[in-house]
Design a binder for this molecule. Structure first.
Ligand code: AMP
Length: 118
């Protein structure tokens, strides 16, 4: 069973913020911003590559409500999902990073020089 399935099954503790029948949100253990929450589907999906439109529709509402709940909807926030090796996905259970609480940097994301792709 994967790490996040164990969190869903409460075999591993997590700092849960929001939950419904299909989705769970908890604080990232290694926060990269004042607010750094992970939103996941309870049913295992490896990554964004496999996710259904129905799950994404539910996830959209879940994240929008979550942003209200933690009071970042007015100040703004960022939603990221890392996909596969080049995307930097470490946990192979679909998750959306919800980052906010301060002005987020927009940095250099690639190890390769982006100018080489022009
Ligand atoms: P990613 O690199 O997109 O796969 O992100 C995985 C995220 O999961 C990282 O930001 C980790 O800090 C976070 N993480 C790993 N283990 C836990 C855990 N037990 N509880 C909460 N967050 C975790």
């Amino acid at each position: 069973m994967c790490l996040f399935c164990k969190i869903v099954n409460k075999e591993i503790p997590a700092n849960v913020i929001a939950e419904n029948d299909d989705f769970l949100a908890f604080h990232d253990i290694n926060p990269k911003a004042p607010v750094h929450i992970l939103a996941i589907p309870k049913k295992h999906v490896d990554s964004f590559i496999e996710v259904s439109p129905e799950t994404m529709a539910g996830m959209t509402t879940f994240i929008q409500d979550l942003a209200h709940e933690v009071k970042i909807q007015k100040s703004g926030y960022r939603v990221i999902t890392n996909i596969g090796e080049n995307g930097g996905q470490e946990v192979k259970h679909l998750h959306f990073h919800v980052l906010g609480g301060s002005k987020l940097a927009w940095g250099h994301f690639s190890d390769a020089d982006p100018k080489n792709n022009l």
